[in-house]
Design a protein around this ligand. Structure first.
Ligand SMILES: [Zn+2]
Length: 163
């Protein structure tokens, strides 16, 4: 019982740690590669049964070529770098009422939880506003048209559909 809980907890913290490491490598070596950043190689690790052929062997090949001073056959990972990216660009988010500096920061902001929450909130308000406007504009028209008077039930149904 405790053993099982312990194993699960260990798996969880290991996963968390691996994610953290991945993020660190990505930020440190890929997002802002300085002159001292070493090349980073990606290995296909999703299938444990293929560990030797898809992880161990290519990894050893890379290390060996490094030791021998030749270029490895594998190509290092490169983050898609956008030349047009502007680090000081000015973005105003009307939804969050915030100013964001930098294209990358802006891209991150648009995907951020707080922004999406604001967006959701805003959409809900907007759709409420649209609904009230629709029902306001529909009711006078509905009264003006004498032809429709013969079928009040149908009109009611149409109104319901809109709301
Ligand atoms: Zn926003």
């Amino acid at each position: 019982m405790f053993r099982k809980i312990g194993i699960e907890a260990l798996k969880q913290v290991t996963k968390k740690y691996a994610r953290k490491q991945n993020r660190w490598v990505k930020n440190r070596f890929l997002s802002r590669p300085g002159p001292s950043a070493p090349p980073v190689y990606g290995l296909e690790v999703s299938d444990v049964s293929k560990w030797e052929e898809s992880v161990l062997k290519p990894a050893l090949e890379i290390v060996q070529s490094f030791i021998q001073g030749r270029k490895p056959t594998a190509t290092p990972i490169k983050m898609p770098y956008n030349e047009a990216e502007n680090k000081r660009s000015y973005h105003k988010c009307n939804i969050c009422d915030r100013i964001i500096i930098g294209d990358r920061e802006w891209a991150a902001h648009i995907k951020s939880k707080s922004h999406l929450n604001q967006l959701k909130k805003r959409r809900r308000l907007d759709s409420d506003a649209v609904n009230t406007m629709e029902s306001q504009s529909i009711s006078p028209d509905h009264n003006k048209e004498p032809k429709e008077k013969g079928s009040p039930e149908q009109n009611d149904q149409e109104l319901k559909c809109c709301i």
